[in-house]
Design a protein around this ligand. Structure first.
Ligand code: GLC
Length: 532
């Protein structure tokens, strides 16, 4: 651990899905002034950094992940002046602001693509990936799009196919073209110059594709990282040779500025995931570690294995990070249940490394069943049972109309969860036993404790397979965390000499001295214990 840790090592990141956080102008869609009005809430909660999903001009085929102008804001969200104000007000409160950067593809309405598709001889033709058809007239190869169907779209005007690993309205950029890279680095600089503190880089592991366009093999094995692409292995479309040189280039742009963070979206098995730190730690600062979300087994032994394998795989000095969920996967409370969602919060906020919290998880927000006629997600076109709209519903602020997300009577882009009258910030902040107050207490403890922010991690060997126990230690401070993953009471025999004092229970109802040689955890209970 460096002498002076960077802010992104000690901070807690909070992901905001801007369409759903707070709507100020009453159009039913969240916006930048809305986010501004909630900065004090985030500070109250104990958050230090915000990551905004895309806020750029976009036809919204993939809700902002299809960008038609990288250096502006979508009028739905506000103006560049609103963005500048948000940066300023966030910084005044000592909050960092991280933007989503989507380099793999633009919108088909981006001027670059409009030029690229205008003719085969257009200077921007090679900014995207074009190919002739196969001899039978079909797509050049078998590559499947993440949202379903072929990843190739026929263009009638110029009689070639273009590649789109996501929706047909999201053509993939050609990252082997130095002009593309240079233009995309200018985008980074545009925002860095405005004071943005870093980027979460979308689909980082997918930026290069096989130049020979070889067929991907069919998927035979189902691993923990098969979140999106279910049909085939990404052998020739993901994690390609040469990707790490590009990752280094992106990093070098950020390194020209003081203390900006590079977070990478990477869904790969752990050994390939950690390669994105770079051989000399000159890659992403934080390749996102979503293993708790992609591995769907919520049991003490499975969680223990994930932590230990990840800790062992991390390159020396690489800084870990943990994610429970995001806008692409079912919410944690829906995956593990309401009670276990508290265990998940304690786990996320007490492990070694930077946690990323998804908005609303602090309330235990759950997925919402969205009727087919109200679904928007392009993924739902091909896989209706797998719509990501469910985890993107409006933030629940109050028990009043529209849950305080928007003004009364406005028509919301997605419905509010049916439980909003109990699961909302206003009600839970008045209930000392709520998951919101638990999250806040965890964040407060984390902030004040060097063992939680900087300390080492060690699993404690104990015999109860239903529970996980681990130590976080820094200098003289020693914390023990023990979590019960089941719905029955459990006893954990802790092989420790010290005496313990409970600082926090996930049920928010007990503190004080405890017996570590036979420590009783109630159903779904986790405890944070100070050793002395
Ligand atoms: C990433 C985003 C996801 C989006 C996709 C295409 O995986 O998280 O929401 O659909 O990239 O940009």
């Amino acid at each position: 651990m460096a002498q002076h840790p960077s802010w992104w090592q000690t901070n807690v990141i909070y992901q905001i899905y801007p369409r759903s956080f707070q709507d100020e102008n009453g159009d039913g869609i969240g916006d930048l002034p809305g986010i501004l009005s909630r900065l004090d809430y985030l500070r109250w909660l104990g958050i230090d950094a915000i990551w905004l999903s895309p806020i750029y001009p976009s036809p919204m085929a993939d809700f902002g992940y299809d960008i038609s102008d990288y250096t502006n804001t979508h009028p739905l969200f506000g103006t560049l002046a609103d963005m500048d104000k948000l940066i300023e007000e966030a910084h005044k409160r000592d909050l960092k602001l991280i933007l989503d950067y989507v380099p793999n593809h633009t919108s088909d309405e981006h001027p670059w693509f409009q030029q690229s598709r205008a003719s085969r001889s257009n200077p921007r033709r090679s900014w995207y990936l074009w190919s002739d058809s196969a001899p039978d007239g079909g797509p050049p190869n078998n590559w499947a799009g993440f949202f379903g169907g072929s990843a190739w779209q026929w263009d009638t005007k110029t009689e070639q196919y273009y590649l789109h690993m996501f929706d047909a309205k999201q053509p993939d950029l050609n990252w082997r073209n130095p002009e593309v890279r240079s233009a995309m680095y200018d985008v980074l600089r545009f925002w860095l110059d405005r004071g943005i503190d870093g980027f979460r880089v979308d689909a980082l592991w997918m930026l290069l594709k096989d130049e020979q366009l070889r067929d991907n093999p069919a998927r035979t094995v189902w691993g923990p990282c098969d979140l999106l692409n279910k049909l085939q292995e990404g052998q020739y479309t993901e994690d390609q040779p040469g990707i790490h040189a590009i990752v280094r280039e992106i990093r070098s742009v950020l390194d020209k500025y003081k203390e900006r963070v590079f977070i990478g979206e990477v869904y790969l098995p752990v050994h390939r995931l950690v390669a994105y730190y770079g051989e000399m730690l000159d890659g992403a600062h934080l390749p996102l570690n979503c293993q708790f979300a992609t591995n769907r087994v919520w049991e003490a032994q499975a969680i223990k294995q994930i932590i230990e394998e990840y800790e062992a795989a991390l390159p020396a000095q690489a800084w870990p990070n943990w994610v429970l969920g995001n806008h692409d996967m079912p919410r944690i409370a829906s995956r593990v249940g309401r009670e276990q969602a508290r265990i998940a919060q304690m786990l996320l906020l007490t492990l070694r490394g930077t946690p990323t919290c998804y908005y609303g998880d602090e309330l235990g927000m759950e997925d919402v069943d969205i009727p087919p006629s109200l679904r928007h997600d392009p993924q739902a076109k091909y896989d209706p049972d797998n719509t990501r709209d469910r985890e993107r519903t409006p933030m629940q602020w109050t028990k009043g109309p529209n849950a305080g997300f928007s003004i009364p009577g406005s028509h919301l882009w997605l419905p509010i969860a049916p439980d909003y009258q109990t699961a909302n910030v206003e009600s839970q902040s008045q209930d000392p036993h709520s998951i919101l107050m638990l999250t806040r207490a965890l964040l407060t403890l984390r902030r004040s404790s060097s063992s939680l922010t900087l300390g080492s991690y060690r699993t404690l060997a104990q015999e109860n397979i239903n529970c996980l126990a681990y130590l976080r230690e820094h200098e003289h401070q020693r914390y023990l965390i023990t979590l019960n993953f089941t719905d029955t009471g459990q006893t954990v025999h802790m092989p420790l000499e010290e005496s313990g004092s409970i600082l926090l229970s996930t049920q928010m109802d007990r503190v004080g001295n405890c017996n570590l040689s036979a420590f009783n955890l109630r159903a779904h209970e986790g405890c944070l214990i100070e050793l002395s």
